[in-house]
Design a protein around this ligand. Sequence first.
Ligand code: NAD
Length: 303
Amino acid sequence: MKLLEGKVAVVTGAGGGIGRDFALAFAAAGAAVVVNDIGASVHGEGRDAGPAEKVAAEIRAAGGEAVSSTDSVADWESANRIVKSAVDSFGKVDIVVNNAGILRDRFFFNMSVEEWRAVIDVHLNGSFYVARAAAPYFKSQQSGAYVHMTSTSGLVGNLGQANYSAAKLGIVGLSKSIALDMQRYNVRSNCIAPFAWSRMIGSIPTETDDQKARVEKLKSMETAKIAPLAVFLASEKAFDVTGQIFAVRANEIFLMSQNRPLRSVHRAEGWTAEAIASHALPALRAHFYPLERSQDVFSWDPL
Ligand SMILES: NC(=O)c1ccc[n+]([C@@H]2O[C@H](COP(=O)([O-])OP(=O)(O)OC[C@H]3O[C@@H](n4cnc5c(N)ncnc54)[C@H](O)[C@@H]3O)[C@@H](O)[C@H]2O)c1
C-alpha cells in the first residue's frame, strides 16, 4: 500500500518549482492531487493556465489522478474554490500544502506599500485562506494534514526581504496555532523551510568566477529533494508530528528550533533603565544573537 493511497491533496503553486515536485511525488505516493497555480511571474504578475494543467496532465499520463486549478490563494473566495475543487473532483480533502509564493525584494527603506501587501497577500493571507477553507472538512472528518512553506529568510534573516521574512515568520505562527487549535480533531500542521534551486533563487547574479562557482553549488539543491519530507508529513506515518519546523537542503534535513527563554535576570526591588544597563545587560548580552543572515548560519556547501 502506498503512503498516500486514498488521500486527496491540494498543492498550491504547483505549476513549477518545488510545488510541481510535491504534486508529482504526492501522486506517485497514491494521492489524488489538485494542482493549483495561477501561472504568475516570480513577482506575481500575469496569469497562465498552462503550468497547472501541464503538471496535472503529466500526473494523469503517468496513471495518477489530478485536476488543475488556476484560482489565486491570495483571495478568500478564490481560495475556497481551490479547496472546493478537491471536494468536487475527488469527494474530500485530506492534505493541504501551502506552497504558492512570490517575491518583491527591496530594501526596507525603499519598500512600497504595494510590495509589502502583495507578498503578505500571497504568503501569509493566502496560507490562512486556503488552510481556513479546508478546516471545516478536516474538522468534520476528524483528520487532516497541513504543510506550510516557510523560509530561513524569516527564521534567520535576509537582506531586502522585509515583506517576505515577515510573511514567512507569520506562517510559522499560523502553523503552530492551527496545530494547537486542531489537535482535538486529529489535524496536524507543520512547516518546511526549503533550500532549492528554482526560478525564485535563479536570479542571483553570476558575473565573477566566485559567483559562478557558488551558483553551481546551489544547483545541487534540487527542488525534488524537498518532496519526500512533504509526503512523509502528509502521511499517517507522521501521526504524532505536529507544530514542528523542518528545513531541507539537498540531502540534509534539519529540525529547526522554536523560541524559548534563553536567560533571565531578576532583581527583587525591580528595574530602572540604569540598572538594566549596569546589571541586566551584562548577563543577557552573552546570549545575544549576532545580526546574521540565512547564509551565515547555513554557511557550508549543500551536501
Ligand atoms: N526555492 C527556495 O530556495 C525557497 C526557499 C525558501 C522558501 N521557499 C518557498 O517555497 C515555495 C515554492 O517556491 P519555489 O522556489 O518553488 O518558487 P516558484 O516561483 O518556482 O513557485 C511558486 C509558484 O507559486 C505560484 N503562485 C504565485 N502566486 C500565486 C497565487 N496567488 N495563487 C496560486 N499560485 C501562485 C507561481 O505561479 C509559481 O508557480 C514558496 O512558498 C517559497 O517562498 C523557496
